[in-house]
Design a protein around this ligand. Sequence first.
Ligand SMILES: NC(=O)c1ccc[n+]([C@@H]2O[C@H](COP(=O)([O-])OP(=O)(O)OC[C@H]3O[C@@H](n4cnc5c(N)ncnc54)[C@H](OP(=O)(O)O)[C@@H]3O)[C@@H](O)[C@H]2O)c1
Length: 254
Amino acid sequence: MPRRVIVSGASSGIGARIAEDFGAAGDDVVLVARRRDRLDEVAAAVLKAGAASATAVEVDLTETADVLGALTAAVATGPFDVVVAAAGGNAALDADAAAERGGTAWAAWHWEGNFRANVLTAVNLVEGLRELDGIARGAAITLFSSIAAYRGSGSGSYAGSKAALHPYAYDLAGALGRTGARVNVVAPGYIADTEFFRGQMSQTRHETLTGQTLIGRAGTPEDVSATVQWLSSPAARHVTGQIIQVNGGAALGH
Ligand SMILES: NC(=O)c1ccc[n+]([C@@H]2O[C@H](COP(=O)([O-])OP(=O)(O)OC[C@H]3O[C@@H](n4cnc5c(N)ncnc54)[C@H](OP(=O)(O)O)[C@@H]3O)[C@@H](O)[C@H]2O)c1
């Protein structure tokens, strides 16, 4: 029996790989993000991998007023067994930054931007599904944090927005636990082959971040997806309210 799976952030990077891996398991996969063309490309790959179905839902998850409408059709065929909220990013890396870098206006801009990009995208997806009765009993829900939540992100705002998801996951795990649902958080370290760094990853920075891992390499979307596949499987049936770090040991700070 295919699971019903919804993955946000599925148009690139980690989310795209997660969607493909659920496809390879033969599941019904709903892919959520803003870029329709990229969603359609990934949906085709998900089907090719073996999915029972692959459906693209184009929505900006920071736009609360649009979320219920966008999710309604996806929920109409039944609640989701697996929810992966991988949409996110670091607004401070955004080339279209509206304010000048430096000063109060810039600080307020990236704090607000990162709250929207990382907290609201996850909360709107999960609460939208809850409002639509779109979360199945016994569902596995995975939110996305970052190594930054443990050691900062330079600007503070990206790290802070990811850290905010930890107590949200704890509360959600408590609220949904008696339905058999589990809620966990994956906190990746440096993951290459994603669009996260907006083309701003220099060779020197790559080497620094890779050198901080204990196993001497950058993470891959496949590494993170493998953890999400496990958390979403019966093998993790007694795991809930946990933050799982996937960073090759980099959080130890070597
Ligand atoms: N790469 C890393 O080193 C790293 C490390 C730690 C944590 N993470 C986290 O891992 C998750 C996946 O990131 P990634 O590395 O795969 O980066 P990515 O390639 O940039 O993927 C980010 C995804 O989020 C989607 N997204 C962003 N804002 C959205 C919005 N408002 N509404 C709907 N979808 C939105 C993007 O799609 P559209 O642009 O099409 O909307 C894209 O599919 C993120 O939460 C990120 O913070 C990444």
